[in-house]
Structure formats: structure tokens, C-alpha cells
Design a protein around this ligand. Structure first.
Ligand code: HEM
Length: 257
């Protein structure tokens, strides 16, 4: 609000209000619908939920020691802790690949141009690109393109590696890349980690879940869930396993295989 425009004039209240509305319109439903698809996918992929829990409990343990964060009651994740949740970031990216909040986007050609494959684009042509379809193309993502596999976003099995914005187009690419991308990840990670630490999000049986194709890809009938409070005992295994125990366990497995 303290900034000045090119002529050194303060921005008007209308301008600032329009920016706020723009942020709300661009950022609210996109983030919330992404979380709905994410929780629905977790329900169908319990092993992914386990890995996320291990990661967030690891973060809690690091701050609170081996005893962990009790039942998670008052625990509020700090920005530097949210940053460490790389597997969660991978799982959210994977959810957005399969269920992008904006399923189709379009652009208008401002001057005559040509695509690398020779397709001629005349000024004024509308170009539509299907983000939903691109996220499921074998030629782009490989044979397992229909599977929910957060691991595809990890290098060395643990470091999150972002894909090119021209391959993973959920946030658009180029100069008009989503302005709120980093904020959206932060917000979704914070919300997902805070919920998962305290609750199991159980999708109601027989509740129909189908996409509703619109500007934002909502769930046609919403997502009906039950929040089941996590017992301390459920998280115990994540708090009590020390690193050396994991290594010993791995050796044990390798030896037995
Ligand atoms: C999962 C969450 C989100 C997704 C999937 C998403 C996706 C997108 C996409 C596809 C566009 C390009 C639209 C176009 O081509 O015109 C876009 C633009 C934009 N987004 Fe997001 N967005 C998300 C969250 C947010 C949040 C949280 C904010 C703000 C706080 C935000 C602010 C914006 C703005 C301002 C633009 C316009 C940028 C420009 O045209 O230069 N977005 N977003």
C-alpha cells in the first residue's frame, strides 16, 4: 500500500481493492479444491498418508524431542518446519497433476507466431491448453501416468524437485505463472499437516466423487468426510522410532531378502 506507481502517485483504494479481490478469486477455491482432491486421494492411498505422517511427526519430534508433540493439541507449525515437508509437497503436486484446480486454460495470440512443430498462429487466435489432459498423458509422465505416486517428484528418494512449468502446467507457465504458487503450497502444506497430525480424514462410504468441469475443477457433490481424532497411540510409532532403529531395520530386511 505504501508503493508508488511509475508517475510517483499512490495507488487508489479501488486499485488496491481490485488486487485483494483478484487474490481472493484466484487463490481461495483453487487451494481449497486442491485440498479436497488431495484428502480424497489419501483415503485411497493409505501408504502415502503413512509417509506424510512419518514426515510431519519427524518435524514435531525435532522440535519437541523424542517424546513428540503429545496429541498435537497446541502444536503450530513454523514456516521453516513447513518448508522441510518435502514428501507432503510431492503428494500435493501429484494431486494437482491428476486433479488440477484449473483444468483448462486459454490464451490469445497477440502477434503472428508459429509453434515449434510449424503450426501457424495468426494474431487473435485463441489457444486452449488442457491442463487436466496434460497431467495424464503417457508421453509426458510415462506408463504410470494414471497412478498417484508422489515419489515421481523426489530425487534421491527424499528431495522434492519441481518439474518444468511447461510440463506441470497446473500453475500456468511463463510470465503469467500463478503469482500465488509458493504461497499456495505453503498454505496447503500448513493446513494438510495441521489436520493430519490431529485427525484421520475418512471419506464417507458410497459418496460419489466426480469432477465438475468448470473454470475451477470442483467435486460435483463436494467431499463428505468424517474427522476421526487421532489417538496418541496411533502416532507413537512415528515418535519412538529412532534413526538408528530404522537403519537396523533396513539391514534386517535386506539380510532376509
Ligand atoms: C492450488 C492453488 C492454485 C492453483 C492451482 C493456481 C493456478 C493458477 C493458474 C492456472 C493461473 C493462470 C491463469 C491464467 O492463465 O490466466 C493462476 C494465476 C494467478 N494466480 Fe493462482 N493458483 C493457485 C493459488 C493461488 C493463490 C493462493 C493466489 C494468491 C494468493 C493466486 C494468485 C494468482 C494470481 C494473482 C494470478 C494471475 C497472475 C497473472 O496473470 O500474472 N493463486 N493461478
Amino acid at each position: 500500500m505504501g508503493l508508488r506507481d511509475d508517475q510517483g502517485k499512490a495507488y487508489s483504494d479501488k486499485f488496491l481493492r481490485d488486487i485483494c479481490v483478484n487474490f481472493i478469486l484466484a487463490g481461495r477455491d483453487t487451494s481449497s479444491v486442491a485440498l479436497s482432491w488431495f484428502f480424497w486421494l489419501l483415503n485411497r492411498n493409505q501408504e502415502v498418508e503413512e509417509k506424510i505422517l512419518a514426515e510431519i511427526c519427524g518435524v514435531v519430534r525435532e522440535r519437541e524431542g523424542e517424546k513428540g508433540g503429545g496429541d498435537g493439541g497446541e502444536f503450530v507449525f513454523r514456516p521453516e518446519e513447513v518448508k522441510k515437508m518435502e514428501y507432503l509437497q510431492a503428494a500435493l503436486s501429484e494431486a494437482l497433476r491428476l486433479y488440477p484446480s484449473v483444468p483448462v486454460d486459454h490464451k490469445e495470440v497477440v502477434e503472428d507466431d508459429e509453434f515449434p512443430d510449424g503450426t501457424v498462429l495468426k494474431k487473435g487466435t485463441k489457444v486452449v491448453y488442457a491442463i487436466y489432459a496434460m497431467g495424464r498423458m503417457e508421453g509426458i509422465w510415462g506408463k504410470d501416468c494414471r497412478e498417484f505416486k508422489p515419489e515421481r517428484w523426489l530425487r534421491d528418494g527424499r528431495r522434492f524437485m519441481s518439474e518444468s512449468a511447461y510440463k506441470f502446467t497446473a500453475f500456468n507457465g511463463g510470465p503469467r505463472l500463478c503469482l500465488g504458487k509458493d504461497f499456495a503450497y505453503y498454505q496447503m502444506k500448513f493446513a494438510a499437516a495441521s489436520i493430519l497430525l490431529r485427525y484421520r480424514v475418512v471419506v464417507a462410504e458410497n459418496h460419489p466423487v466426480v469432477p465438475k468441469m468448470a473454470l475451477t475443477m470442483y467435486m460435483k457433490y463436494g467431499l463428505k468426510v468424517e474427522l476421526v481424532r487421532r489417538e496418541r497411540s496411533e502416532l507413537e510409532k512415528y515418535f519412538n522410532v529412532k534413526f538408528c532403529d530404522c537403519v537396523n531395520y533396513m539391514f534386517f530386511l535386506v539380510y532376509n531378502v
